[in-house]
Design a binder for this molecule. Sequence first.
Ligand SMILES: [Zn+2]
Length: 340
Amino acid sequence: MSAERAELRERALAAISAAREPSELARVEREFLGKDGALGKLLGSIRDVPPAERKAFGEGANELKRALEAALAERRAVLERERLAAERTDEHFDATLPARALAHGSLHPLTHVVRRLEQIFSSMGYAILDGPEVELDAYNFEKLNIPHDHPAREMHDTFWCDREQRLLMRTHTSPVQIRALEKMPPPFRAIVPGRCFRNETTDASHEHTFHQMEGLVVGEGITVGHLIGTMKTFLREVFQQELEVRLRPGYFPFVEPGFELDVRCPFCAQGCSVCKRSTWIELCPCGMVHPAVLKAGGIDSQRYTGFAFGLGLSRLVMLRYGIDDIRHLMGADVRFLEQF
Ligand SMILES: [Zn+2]
């Protein structure tokens, strides 16, 4: 057996050093190390080796394989050096030509903000969830306490995929709340960054495709105080300063009580165009999860409470980077994207 191996080694090494072209080298590699190559056949003959000698046989074959791979790599490097040397002596070769500039990509501002938020919320023990963008009416509306004839549906200009199957493009990230409630036993905390879709006429502040980040915390004894504390913490991290927040009553069918959370404008003291001269910026709807929503998700609403918020990511990105038109975010203008 070892004689056979020695013969194979000699034949392969000779073929490798005889190869003059990378393509020839590749052929030699296939011939000896390929799937049906000579080494494979040798290894296949292990069946005919007496059991006591099999270990040594396998070790020998592996050693041969490594040796051939090393010889191949070395020969490949030699051929490459020869090719470069030949190129440099070519009369058309100009060593003084400037190198071609490499075009660098950059991350989308949304990606920057989502990554930062994911960091902040994971450090507070939140799970990061994902959910389908094509959603069932039941998850997008019904189980979120927005029944069939509810007027709140009119605020959601919905793209329907299939009206009979009740399939739609989700109009918010809140359906993932129900999916989370159905799957995860409380207590838990989760955020859901994602795309949402509304059949809206686009302008500087409206876009048919936009980004939200849903937040959901469920446990025993969760209160509005936890909600405010959480929002203040994350705003401090995003804007790198302590920002005042306020809650105004707001109506959303899936929370009770529901609020609009405003944040003190980080860009001015007396009023500016971002805060429309009011020094307050509307940041996100939020509130205590409605007992009907907890029940729809199979949670005991007597024992558990929770809070939820729906952060407008597109809006936050615009605030963070001073972008004045939401349409820039989904447009693929490289001149815009290169700035981040
Ligand atoms: Zn302002």
